[in-house]
Design a protein around this ligand. Structure first.
Ligand code: AFP
Length: 326
């Protein structure tokens, strides 16, 4: 298994040594992704599939057996590469692997896992930083300091969407020779599309700027947007993000007044920050409704953040509704 990196891949990273360490780490993650994709593809043929692990992760979500298994697969892979620290959605605390190594990796090993039984696309999200003097210092920093943001999608295609801050690339696993091959060298999100994604069942809990924007979408050609807007909600961040990268649109998981959702649902370190990096590098925007996600410094390991991303004009329209509210 290997990744056929593009000739320009990671050229913006400061040294050849750093580029090499990043490539080695990505290749190990890609090995894990192939293994995870095979587990997902076996579906209910595998007894562990979709079963509850009987535990909760640090965020209080119930863990599926596959959540735990994928975390073990990734931890084992990271032990073999130049990674000092690992932060996982599935672990309460940071994991120290080898303090002499130069990188730190954060990951949601199986995002969208509550969809496992339904056979829709799910994925692994990750972020790579340069390691600092401690595990804490390596992750408690703004997303602008990421070296790499990426996610694997386990769907009809097993793919890798990735950025090192030099544009966003798409690689697809060619199972004929077990290699991730470059499919799109420069992903480009259109500035305006006619699609929006939100879990509309939370309508009664939203703040007024979110309601105002979604009402505009629902009004279609009779509202301020002047055109019919289509809605999509997969409930799997990687799948919704992948669609927006391919054909534009907007994704919102805003804060709402349900207990525990005061900052939305998605986690900053291993969901919002890497996806925001990818989206910006593809020409889109990623905010918490108003402020740029990548400028937000991590304050608690599993903290959440309201997350709005996608086509520039649409994300700016959401900001407009927040600005006029304040
Ligand atoms: P799971 O990993 O528990 O399935 O959560 C998926 C997720 O974090 C993200 O991938 C989705 O966008 C979001 O939750 C869906 O949340 P709702 O179920 O509240 O719509």
């Amino acid at each position: 298994m290997s990744i056929e990196f593009s000739s320009g891949f990671a050229q913006n990273l400061k040294t050849a040594e750093l580029r090499q360490n990043v490539k080695i780490t990505l290749t190990a993650l890609a090995h894990s992704a192939v293994e995870i994709s095979l587990l997902c593809a076996r579906g209910p043929l595998d007894t562990a599939f979709g079963a509850l692990a009987g535990s909760e992760n640090a965020d209080g979500d119930s863990q599926k057996a596959l959540d735990v298994l994928t975390d073990e697969i990734i931890t084992a892979a990271l032990k073999t590469v130049p990674v000092a620290y690992y932060a996982s959605e599935e672990q309460d605390d940071l994991i120290t692997l080898d303090t002499s190594k130069p990188l730190a990796v954060a990951s949601d090993p199986l995002d969208g896992s509550s969809n496992i039984d339904t056979n829709v696309s799910i994925g692994t999200i990750f972020s790579i930083f340069e390691a600092k003097e401690s595990a804490h210092a390596s992750f408690f920093r703004p997303g602008t300091e990421q070296l790499v943001g990426g996610f694997f999608v386990y769907g009809p295609q097993t793919s890798l969407v990735i950025t090192t801050g030099n544009g966003t690339e798409l690689y697809v696993l060619d199972r004929a020779d077990n290699r991730f091959k470059l499919a799109i060298a420069k992903m480009n999100i259109v500035e305006q599309a006619k699609e929006y994604a939100i879990n509309a069942s939370n309508f009664q809990h939203w703040t007024s700027p979110t309601r105002a924007y979604i009402e505009e979408c629902q009004m279609g050609k009779n509202g301020a947007l002047g055109e019919k807007q289509n809605m999509r909600w997969i409930g799997s961040l990687v799948a919704d993000a992948n669609r927006i990268l391919m054909r534009g649109g907007i994704f919102l998981y805003p804060q709402d007044d349900r207990k525990g959702y005061e900052l939305g649902r998605l986690r900053l370190l291993y969901e919002a920050a890497p996806v925001a990096f990818i989206i910006e590098q593809a020409g889109g925007l990623a905010t918490d409704g108003t402020n740029r996600i990548l400028d937000k410094k991590l304050e608690t390991l599993h903290e959440r953040i309201p997350f709005v991303f996608g086509s520039k004009n649409q994300v700016n329209r959401v900001k407009h509704h927040h600005d006029i509210k304040t």
